[in-house]
Design a protein around this ligand. Structure first.
Ligand code: AMP
Length: 279
């Protein structure tokens, strides 16, 4: 596995592989890797000739400076895990390397970026779009792998690629969960033992919702899911919404076949997100 820190080196190495006819698979991450990230790397390994992973904690997608400061970093473990799981090139740029000047790009995703995560974290998706576009320009992947865990991000990246007409296939990978159902997340290490135990309630509520246990209309389902989660004193729902899987518009009627239920929940000051599809 080659470790690269400079954009120019990355561009050159990838260009040589492309000249040789290899398909490039790309997995962008913020590090502190767990089995969720690794499932994306394995999928890339299975589908592409060359696997590129980036590890970059992108400051401009954090609306909460505390969250950025406390974001976990485990770079030597990350490198080991990546090497063991078939990564060919890991790109670990500094902030100055990614942003030699203050970035000024502005993207417009309409209402897709003003609901749910976009409403709670102003500027978040513009920050995501800026870094992903810059990484796409450098890596020029044929395939890029994103987790369904960040459902709204995945929908916005698909929109970005179609808006810009980029020749990149976006592959959506299922959410990897702990045994009790909690979606794996780099932030889970910040949970106390008690908060960690309570947090399993989030996925239980979403599973009940998609199985029909909370009623048939979006309003009833959301109200019951919120009630169930907030019954635990360690948890505090920020939002739960049922939206269309593509447009992210709120589902109005009771036909939920193309909908997804998305949640953001605080466990103390750790913010957890999760979602499940109605299929
Ligand atoms: P992050 O490092 O949080 O920016 O995540 C990098 C990529 O890994 C994103 O595409 C995430 O959606 C994906 N990811 C994070 N957690 C999981 C998980 N539990 N299961 C599947 N994919 C995940």
């Amino acid at each position: 596995m080659i470790v690269v820190e400079r954009k120019s080196d990355l561009h050159q190495i990838v260009a040589e592989h492309k000249k040789g006819g290899s398909k490039i698979g790309f997995v962008p991450t913020m590090g502190a890797l767990h089995q969720g990230h690794i499932s994306l790397v394995r999928e890339a390994r299975a589908k592409a000739g060359v696997v590129v992973v980036s590890v970059f904690v992108n400051p401009i997608q954090f609306n909460d400076p505390k969250d950025f400061e406390t974001y976990p970093a485990t770079i030597s473990e990350d490198k080991k895990l990546l090497e063991q799981n078939g990564c060919d090139i890991v790109f670990i740029p500094s902030v100055a390397e990614m942003y030699p000047e203050v970035p000024s790009e502005q993207y417009d995703f309409g209402t897709m970026e003003t609901v749910m995560e976009g409403a709670c974290r102003p500027g978040h998706f513009n920050g995501v779009a800026v870094v992903v576009r810059r990484l796409f320009d450098l890596v020029q992947p044929d395939l890029a792998f994103f987790g369904q865990k960040d459902f709204q991000q995945l929908a916005i990246i698909k929109r970005l690629v179609s808006q810009l007409g980029l020749p990149i296939e976006i592959i959506s990978c299922p959410t990897v969960r702990e045994q009790d159902g909690l979606a794996m997340s780099s932030r889970n290490v910040r949970l106390s033992a008690e908060q960690r135990e309570s947090s399993a309630r989030i996925s239980s509520a979403l599973r009940n919702a998609v199985r029909g246990a909370y009623g048939a209309t979006p309003d009833a389902i959301v109200a019951n899911a919120v009630k169930y989660i907030n019954q635990d004193k360690n948890l505090d729902v920020e939002y739960i919404d049922i939206v269309d899987q593509e447009s992210l518009e709120k589902t109005a009627g009771s036909d939920l076949r193309n909908s997804v239920i998305c949640a953001a929940v605080f466990a103390g000051n750790v913010r957890l997100i999760d979602n499940m599809l109605f299929t």
